[in-house]
Design a protein around this ligand. Structure first.
Ligand code: PRP
Ligand code: MN
Ligand code: MG
Length: 181
C-alpha cells in the first residue's frame, strides 16, 4: 500500500526534533506558570498533534479546550477570511490561557482570535506555536513560545495539511511537486 510519507520531497523537521523541542517548551511553560492552572486552547484541526504532545510533556496541572477557526479552506493560500466554526466550551474570564497552534503563517487567524479571546477577560493570554513563517507575516502577532521558525515554503505533517491530508505524518516537510501539480 502507498505510504503518505512517500509524498514528501524533503524532511525539514524529524519527529525526534519536534518531540525534543516540545519537551523544552513544556518545561518553559511549567516554570513560567508555577502554581497556576493553565488552560490550553487548541485551534482545530491543525493543533491536535501539538496539543496532545505538549500537555503530556508538561508536569503542571493543565486543562484543555478547543476552537475551530478556519481561514484556509482546502487550498494552499490564506484567504484572510476567518470563520469561527466552533467556540470554546468554557468561560475563560480570569483564566491563564495559552492558545496553541501548529503554525503561524500570515498571522491573520491568530490576530483575529487573540482580540476575540482578549475581550473575554482572561487573567493572561499567550501563544504557543510549533512553527512560524516570519517571511509570510502580514500582521505582527506577539508569540511567547515558538517551536521552530521555518522558511516560506508549503509544509505538511504534524497537524499541517494539504487539502486535509498529511496531518498524520510524524515528520514535517515539503510536498513533492507531483502531489499538487
Ligand atoms: C492553518 C494553521 C493555522 C492557520 C495559520 O489552519 O493551522 O491555524 O492556518 O495561517 P495564518 O497565520 O495565515 O492565518 P487552517 O485554516 O488551514 O485550518 P486547519 O487547522 O484545519 O488546517
Ligand atoms: Mn489551523
Ligand atoms: Mg489547514
Amino acid at each position: 500500500a502507498a505510504d503518505v510519507a512517500d509524498d514528501l520531497e524533503k524532511v525539514l523537521f524529524s519527529s525526534d526534533q519536534i518531540q525534543a523541542r516540545v519537551a523544552e517548551i513544556a518545561a518553559l511553560i511549567d516554570a513560567d506558570y508555577q502554581g497556576r492552572d493553565v488552560l490550553l486552547v487548541g485551534v482545530l484541526n491543525g493543533a491536535v498533534m501539538v496539543m496532545s504532545d505538549l500537555q503530556r510533556a508538561m508536569h503542571s496541572h493543565v486543562e484543555m479546550d478547543w476552537m475551530a477557526v478556519s481561514s484556509y479552506g482546502s487550498g494552499m493560500q490564506s484567504s484572510g477570511v476567518v470563520r469561527i466554526l466552533k467556540d470554546l466550551s468554557v468561560d475563560i474570564e480570569g483564566r491563564d490561557v495559552i492558545v496553541v497552534e501548529d503554525i503561524i503563517d500570515t498571522g491573520l487567524t491568530l490576530s483575529y482570535l487573540m482580540s476575540n479571546l482578549a475581550s473575554r477577560g482572561p487573567a493572561s493570554l499567550e501563544i504557543m506555536t510549533m512553527f512560524r513563517k516570519p517571511d509570510a507575516a502580514q500582521i505582527d502577532v506577539p508569540v511567547k513560545y515558538v517551536g521552530f521558525e521555518i522558511p516560506n515554503e508549503f509544509v505538511v505533517g504534524y497537524g499541517l495539511d494539504y487539502a486535509g491530508r498529511y496531518r498524520n505524518l510524524r515528520d514535517v516537510g515539503t510536498l513533492a511537486p507531483h502531489v499538487y501539480s
